[in-house]
Design a protein around this ligand. Structure first.
Ligand SMILES: Cc1cc2nc3c(=O)[nH]c(=O)nc-3n(C[C@H](O)[C@H](O)[C@H](O)COP(=O)(O)OP(=O)(O)OC[C@H]3O[C@@H](n4cnc5c(N)ncnc54)[C@H](O)[C@@H]3O)c2cc1C
Length: 393
């Protein structure tokens, strides 16, 4: 059996694990960090299958603060990394998000949220239906009461560039990446002592980090702990609508679907009515969703969707937190040397810079530092007290 030793083992090497390793080795040069990743193609990771967008329009202050840091980090990626690893710009396309309200209450909520977001440094404007149509004349707005739009700091970027940059910078700073599967977490006297690998190896370590995405609950169970995170399937369609080609459109959040342009095409998806857990290896697309659910709604919102062609589709999994669809972070009170960075439910990519930094700081100092992430700590989960994010996409 191969035996290794590390100060910290990170389980899962996609965007969260790589970010954590990057920040740990940046803040503590010489720290021995090993990242274990079972599939270095990342073909089925949420990171690779993401729609890769960032917004400031969240309903909780902590999520806005996380994205405030994220956008700066992503915008000046090379400079932010502080290490030249050949991954320069992430091609941020700042088209904004447009949230739509369909009732007076919904309009009031958008206004309240915009006040909070702007207090934290965002640039959210709330528009009347007429103002919305003046800005985006291809939209049908008759059923709307208001819309909120981020004037800056919202859009989409290169997800795999972000991952590659974190990995390369972490490696350059001394982190070690190995391809294997963690199949056991050893615990003695309430402390992590190491992890067992599928190929027969063992890494002794006093601290481990669960960055296992949709497999987070499986990893937690290896240590005898429960985590309310499950894989949920999302089928994403790439659509050509020749009468509605608007590459400068925002990411539009409507009541039953969302869509954003990708050059001359659209990326478009919905949440299935019967949403529930799926097998971790079930990547069969729900093709009927486009015809049965999305198309009519898209046409009602933008009449240019009268003629459409699905040119491609893919399936990704959310690591869905069934309690409140928010991140679950930090050490577990019953096993403080096992750290969680899980349950991101569809908004984790943009959060990876701030969450990686936060977890690294907590490991190194024993508490939250740059950002107080305690609202997202696992304690609320253990108490069964949801910390709801209303702006869930
Ligand atoms: C369709 C879709 C659209 C999305 N859109 C957005 C968006 O627009 N903006 C946004 O911010 N977020 C978005 N997300 C969410 C975002 O992609 C995820 O929250 C984020 O990528 C999570 O990163 P992760 O590293 O935690 O998980 P993952 O990327 O899933 O990585 C987990 C890794 O752990 C590895 N692993 C698991 N178990 C083990 C083990 N036992 N041993 C070793 N390795 C293991 C896996 O192989 C995997 O590579 C979207 C997700 C999907 C599916």
């Amino acid at each position: 059996m191969t035996k290794m030793q590390a100060d910290v083992v990170v389980i899962g090497g996609a965007v969260m694990g790589a970010s954590c390793a990057y920040w740990l080795t940046r803040m503590s040069p010489g720290l021995q960090v090993i990242v274990v990743e079972r599939d270095t193609s990342f073909a089925r990771s949420s990171t690779a299958l993401s729609v890769a967008s960032i917004r400031q329009q969240f309903s909780t202050e902590v999520n806005v603060a996380i994205s405030r840091f994220g956008i700066g980090f992503i915008r000046d990626f090379q400079q932010s990394l502080g290490v030249d690893v050949g991954v320069g710009s992430l091609g941020l396309k700042e088209n904004g998000y447009l949230f739509l309200a369909h009732s007076p209450e919904g309009a009031g909520q958008l206004r309240d949220l915009a006040d909070m977001q702007n207090r934290l440094g965002a640039a959210t404007e709330v528009w009347s239906p007429a103002e919305t149509q003046a800005r985006f004349p291809w939209l049908q707005v008759d059923d709307l009461t208001a819309a909120s739009f981020g004037l800056r700091d919202e859009g989409w970027f290169d997800n795999m560039g972000l991952l590659a940059g974190f990995r390369a910078a972490a490696k350059a700073q001394g982190a070690r990446f190995i391809t294997d599967e963690v199949v056991g977490v050893r615990v003695e006297a309430g402390k992590v002592t190491g992890v067992d690998l599928g190929q027969g190896g063992f890494i002794a370590c006093p601290v481990a980090v669960n960055a296992a995405g949709t497999r987070a609950a499986v990893v937690a169970r290896m240590a005898g702990l429960d985590l309310p995170v499950e894989p949920r399937k999302r089928t994403v369609f790439v659509v050509d609508a020749p009468n509605a080609r608007h590459p400068d459109a925002p990411l539009l959040i409507d009541s039953g679907f969302y869509m954003r342009p990708e050059q001359n095409h659209w990326i478009i998806a919905t949440v299935p009515q019967d949403d529930g857990p799926c097998a971790v290896d079930d990547f069969e697309p729900d093709l009927n969703l486009f015809e049965d659910v999305i198309w009519e709604q898209a046409y009602n919102r933008a009449p240019g969707f009268d003629a459409v062609k699905v040119v491609r589709h893919w399936v990704g999994h959310y690591a869905y937190n069934t309690l409140d669809q928010n991140a679950i972070l930090g050490p577990h009170p019953d096993l403080p040397s096992l750290f969680f960075m899980n349950g991101f439910s569809g908004h984790g990519l943009q959060q990876s810079p701030a969450i990686g930094r936060g977890i690294a700081e907590h490991i190194l100092t024993g508490g939250w530092q740059s950002l107080d992430l305690s609202d997202l700590s696992i304690d609320r989960v253990l108490k069964g007290k949801p910390f709801m994010e209303l702006a869930i996409v």
